[in-house]
Design a protein around this ligand. Structure first.
Ligand SMILES: NC(=O)c1ccc[n+]([C@@H]2O[C@H](COP(=O)([O-])OP(=O)(O)OC[C@H]3O[C@@H](n4cnc5c(N)ncnc54)[C@H](O)[C@@H]3O)[C@@H](O)[C@H]2O)c1
Length: 250
């Protein structure tokens, strides 16, 4: 793809999960469009590869977003002015149905997919409100629109991402801060999704065989995320946009 736009010249955007998949593609695209990218990942090795391979201004922060100390490290690296936040980092469950959920799985999935997103958003908001400008983009999932795409912990976390997005948009759009989400269908990334439940395999299998759209590329998600981060989407706030090859229409 040839990019001619420099929509993010002079801007700073934090991207979580920037070491792989959708987050990495988002970081690459932002850097190519002139952005100073604060690239966050729990994997230091992946961040090193990103910094080596991607041109432009990329500041790497090795941090766990589910950890309060991680949020502090991200904010310290970003500095005073933060124009955008892409909450991309997330993990799958093991397709556990409710009766089979281990507390540790529930806490980790909700901790990363929801609480981490809340804490980092809460941290960037005061600066954005002071400047009267900012854009926050959360990565949800088609699992946030239906019950037949994942296990209960992941499905719960992604439905909550939608609520978090619209509530944040409701409160802060009048202050100049937009908040939106994208809901991907299947994307070719390194996310791990092992089936740990026999009943889930039986129940979900037929849906996966008949209903799934073709697997998308991370760059297709990055295009939607960077659009929402940019001023091209200046009148869009509180939207949860399916970027899923039409799955939401089924
Ligand atoms: N791949 C898909 O099919 C798909 C579909 C729908 C939604 N999503 C969502 O897209 C987002 C990105 O997923 P992906 O598919 O690109 O996965 P990925 O595993 O390829 O990339 C996610 C990155 O986030 C990092 N990460 C995980 N936990 C972290 C934490 N606690 N703190 C900081 N970094 C952390 C990982 O190290 C990894 O580099 C997730 O929110 C996921 O739920 C993915």
């Amino acid at each position: 793809m040839t990019l001619s736009s420099q929509r993010f010249n002079g801007r700073t955007v934090i991207v979580t999960g920037a070491g792989a998949g959708i987050g990495r593609a988002t970081a690459e695209r932002l850097a190519a469009e002139g952005c100073r990218v604060i690239a966050v990942d729990v994997s230091a090795d992946r961040l090193t590869a990103l910094a080596d391979e991607v041109g432009g201004e990329v500041v790497t922060v090795s941090a766990d977003i589910a950890d309060a100390a991680g949020i502090e490290a991200i904010m310290a690296a970003a500095g005073e002015r933060i124009d955008g936040l892409a909450n991309v980092a997330g993990i799958m469950d093991g397709f556990e149905p409710t009766a089979e959920i281990a507390d540790a799985t529930w806490e980790r999935v909700l901790g990363v997919n929801l609480t981490g997103m809340m804490r980092l958003t809460r941290a960037v908001l005061p600066g954005m409100i002071d400047r009267g400008a900012g854009s926050i983009v959360n990565v949800g999932s088609e699992a946030g629109q239906r019950g037949s795409a994942a296990g209960t912990p992941y499905t719960t976390s992604k439905h909550a991402v939608n609520g978090f997005t619209v509530s944040t948009a409701f409160f802060y759009t009048p202050k100049g801060v937009r908040c939106n989400a994208v809901a991907p269908g299947p994307v070719a990334t390194s996310i791990e999704a092992p089936f740990r439940s026999e009943w889930a395999q039986t129940r979900l299998g037929p849906f996966f065989q008949t209903n799934l759209p073709p697997v998308a590329q991370p760059s297709q998600l990055a295009a939607a995320i960077t659009w929402l981060l940019s001023d091209d989407a200046s009148n869009v706030s509180g939207a949860v946009i399916p970027v899923d090859g039409g799955w939401a229409a089924i």
